[in-house]
Write a protein that binds this ligand. Sequence first.
Ligand code: F6P
Length: 326
Amino acid sequence: MKRIKCVGILTSGGDSPGMNAAIRAVTRTAIYNGLRVKGIMRGYKGLIDDEIVDFKTGNVSNIVKQGGTILKTARSREFETKEGRRKAWDNMQKHKIDALVVIGGDGSLTGARIFAAEYDIPVVGLPGTIDNDLYGTDTTIGYDSALNTIVWAVDRLRDTASSHERLFFVEVMGRNAGFLALNGAIATGAEAAIIPEIATEVDQLTELIENGFRKDKNSSIVLVAESETTGGAMGMAERVKKEYPQFDSRVTILGHIQRGGSPTASDRILASRMGQQAVEALLDGQRNIMIGVDDDQLVHVPFSQAIRDDKPIDRGLLQTVKILSI
Ligand code: F6P
């Protein structure tokens, strides 16, 4: 096996708080071990367009606390083509990059897996997404920070919802995963969470209104995961208007605010540990794995598993929301 002398690092897909802490950890662990580091700007797009810079320890000074990603990020259509990946490979050769660390969500790791197989490159992935939807890891880099942003926002909405005795539908991110909605609901004492995982099995709105609402409660907050299956917060509010006009409802879409801000301590620690582990795994001859965390221990999850399987959500937590909001 070829000895690794230079590691390339990129962030791809939706950004998440803690990506910078991971970039710092990868850079410094690599340099500590005598490797060279190349920062690849704008994800796979930058690899194709040759936007590649030398990274020294100073490039990552004081970024552990910064949201976003200093490497910038993008979603590259060109990397989905063979020709695009060929250009990316040529640039890796040009810069003598022997291995890659890719920080991103399922789309980014899918790209990494295809590229690694096509050109026989050692690649290690780090789960960087606020959605927490990667299989094989208890949590992802950015999820805890996004949850805390949701708590911050919903606490404020509760004040006005109580004053006006209103029903609020608050849409949170998560594309097709209900982790932010469900745990956000527990953390804010919301009356319900509407999540895509059960959207085709149960009419969650009818269930909520028929079983869940007490007339003497002076406000209700429902966290709705954004997804076509749930219909989002707007979809819910439209239904309420038609089917339950007695409720005065409002919609708040938290949107991209959930992706920004300084990472929480948990995310900084997770990203730092995972970044160090990514480099050590590469030096140990590991490839095509994502670093995950299981019961506070770092684990190696094959790409095929991290991407393919749907990460199960603990449905018992729906009952927790229901019981605690009576
Ligand atoms: O995957 C992360 C995520 O924030 C999802 O929760 C959301 O659906 C999506 O990205 C939004 O993506 P964009 O950056 O294209 O608006």
